[in-house]
Design a protein around this ligand. Sequence first.
Ligand SMILES: CC(C)(COP(=O)(O)OP(=O)(O)OC[C@H]1O[C@@H](n2cnc3c(N)ncnc32)[C@H](O)[C@@H]1OP(=O)(O)O)[C@@H](O)C(=O)NCCC(=O)NCCS
Length: 327
Amino acid sequence: MPPRKSPSAEVVLDVLEALPPGQKLWVRGVGADLAPLLRSGDAVRVLRGGVDSVARGDVVLVRQGRRLVAQVVASTTPWRTTTLVGAEDRRGGEVLGRVVALRRGRWVVPLPRPFRPALWIAQRALAAAWARPRTRLVYRGVRDFFFSGWSRPLRRHLVGALEVRLLRAEDLEALLVFAGERLVVSASFLRRQLRERWGLDVASRQGAAAGALDARGRVHGFAWVDSYRQEGLPLDGVWVRSLVVAPQARRMGVATRLLECLLAEAHRQGEPRVQADVDEDNAASLRTFEGLGFRRASEALTRRTNEAWDAAGRSKKLVVLERDSGG
Ligand SMILES: CC(C)(COP(=O)(O)OP(=O)(O)OC[C@H]1O[C@@H](n2cnc3c(N)ncnc32)[C@H](O)[C@@H]1OP(=O)(O)O)[C@@H](O)C(=O)NCCC(=O)NCCS
């Protein structure tokens, strides 16, 4: 049985490096290079070992700065790794081990050594297909349709009505199922926060989590608002975190409703402003926040936020947005 929780990539880096060769560890948050085989909330089991323990077609975990990424080995001399689809070259980095299993929700998929030729053939076939402009066009067309307004009635029908509300302690199991598939946040963190802060009664609640739940209590969207200082980051005020809507429920106003719910609760708790930091290339998220009246924060706050995250080991540039909670 895999462990119930897997620590995030940043937390696990030091543990992994100290692990003797031959030992295994579950790791989450290992990038998007293995998409669609691996989604953001999935975990990989890594067999600790160096570059001499892997061969072409293996899936490896590579350290790039403070980031951990899972990639396919394209060649060992010279050393070259690629993405699963698209065969984009990824150079550099230090090999920390071979990926021997993937975990999605409750499912564990072993990646035994004999699987290597099959994965390599699949990777080459995907690369060859991807090289044809027509394939890329069709893929983008299908993807755009899936997330577009055109498919909205169909998706609305499949998902059913969603209730957006603050999460309570009894929502924990449903939240952990969603988090296991879509979030890079440990189960223990969510459990503790929901029990000790977000799920308390109105008088003692601190911060808050909001979820979009269907008629069977399944979570299709989630976000929370809380103080960064509580997580050890030197930034004042409260910040929106982990905003994620499941693909089937996107472009239906779910993120907008989640944010409205959190803004109202922050206002009730006496927080005058709510802030958010978003990857600069995340157009969907930026538009969602801007649609609700969030505006770009001052250069000073943007710089401080990026510095705080750089120091915590994250390298991607962030845009900082803010809004009055009651506005
Ligand atoms: C970003 C995200 C949370 C948006 O969720 P959502 O429920 O689809 O957002 P909404 O339906 O409330 O969209 C609000 C508006 O934002 C804009 N928007 C949202 N997604 C968009 C997209 N993919 N492309 C263009 N505009 C988009 C639109 O203007 C939209 O209004 P409209 O549908 O009436 O045109 C969702 O795409 C997601 O989970 N992405 C992956 C995780 C992520 O990036 N999280 C943000 C981390 S900061």
